[in-house]
Design a protein around this ligand. Structure first.
Ligand SMILES: Cc1cc2nc3c(=O)[nH]c(=O)nc-3n(C[C@H](O)[C@H](O)[C@H](O)COP(=O)(O)O)c2cc1C
Length: 150
């Protein structure tokens, strides 16, 4: 059994729904999972988490949603070392944004790598122009991530 912290970045709720689906799948496999739409370093540090799973949309021009950006900034300012703790990133975006497609997820992944997190499976991008079923796409990727990370 592993404990998984799931910080979420969302504007209109899709990423939250994807995160909830992932949490349910984790629980079905016997793990504990906490979805957090107000992620913080305090919660990250206090939960004795075995792994971190970031689920985030991209907004603006490649920006991290405003409910997740304080966490992103705090990760830089406080630099909580991850000491090889596994993490994964599920990025929701829209490829018509071209240069900034899923950039928020790329930023989060880079930050966790800087902090010595371990990404056993590279981030997955979910393109709103290509899928009507972001949950299913995320769950497909999650299976491999669970095997490698937990
Ligand atoms: C104002 C706005 C700006 C967006 N900017 C980007 C972007 O720069 N890159 C990208 O990949 N997707 C972008 N998107 C697409 C969203 O990330 C995508 O629709 C996502 O599924 C929304 O998830 P949410 O419902 O959790 O907010 C943008 C969407 C909106 C409405």
């Amino acid at each position: 059994m592993a404990r998984v912290y799931i910080p979420v970045g969302t504007v209109s709720g899709t990423a939250k729904a994807v995160a909830e689906a992932c949490a349910a799948a984790l629980r079905t496999e016997g793990h504990q999972a906490q979805v957090d739409t107000e992620a913080s370093i305090g919660a990250l540090n206090s939960g004795d988490w075995d792994a971190v799973l970031v689920v985030t949309a991209t907004t603006g021009r490649g920006d991290i949603p405003s409910n997740l950006s304080p966490f992103y900034i705090a990760l830089e300012e406080q630099a909580p070392g991850q000491n090889g703790r596994p993490f994964g990133v599920i990025c929701l975006g829209d490829s018509s944004y071209d240069m900034t497609f899923c950039q928020a997820g790329a930023l989060m992944e880079a930050r966790f790598i800087e902090l010595q997190g371990k990404a056993p499976v590279p981030r997955v991008t979910i393109d709103a122009t290509e899928t009507q079923t972001p949950d299913d796409d995320a769950l497909f990727w999650l299976k491999e991530w669970m095997e490698e990370a937990l």
